[in-house]
Design a protein around this ligand. Structure first.
Ligand code: DQA
Length: 147
């Protein structure tokens, strides 16, 4: 099983960026935690981050030939990107939306997720552990072939 983790804008700054909201771990440290769980589950994981909406869309499109599932933290594009939503719909790869913070306890403009309706579900508010939970969730969906 191959799972692609995609990260959107500013997530390359984790560790430095608003640690009260997002924690002190860097993206690389979070990815190490995910990799440990992936090893346990015998899953191959790949991690990518981009600040560019178009690049994220291209990666989602390409994933249809190479990956069984997608776990995405689209960052601020979560709230704006019809393009990312359409790409997820187009490739029909099972997708889990994740966020470090609880977007519903924050500003009103973060309460809406453009991609939520085309994802299996959302995991939010657990800091870096949302990524590990995202892996467990997508693994479970693929292995059991249902939610
Ligand atoms: C975020 C939440 C978004 O609203 C924000 O723009 C981010 C991070 C999160 O993981 O909590 O960049 O996706």
């Amino acid at each position: 099983m191959r799972i692609l983790f995609l990260n959107g804008p500013n997530l390359n700054l984790l560790g430095l960026r608003e640690p009260d909201l997002y924690g002190n771990s860097t993206l690389v440290e979070i990815e190490k935690q995910v990799s440990l769980k992936a090893k346990e589950l015998d899953v191959d994981v790949e991690f990518r981050q981009s600040n560019s909406e178009g690049e994220l869309i291209t990666w989602i499109q390409e994933a249809r030939n190479n990956f069984n599932g997608l776990v995405i933290n689209a960052g601020a594009y979560t709230h704006t990107s019809i393009g990312i939503r359409d790409a997820i719909t187009a490739v029909k790869i099972p997708t889990v939306e994740i966020h470090l913070s609880n977007i519903h306890s924050r500003e009103q403009f973060r309460h809406n997720s453009m991609i939520a309706p085309v994802c299996i579900g959302q995991i939010i508010g657990f800091g870096g552990y949302s990524y590990v939970l995202g892996l467990i969730a997508i693994y479970n969906v693929i292995v059991n072939k249902s939610v």
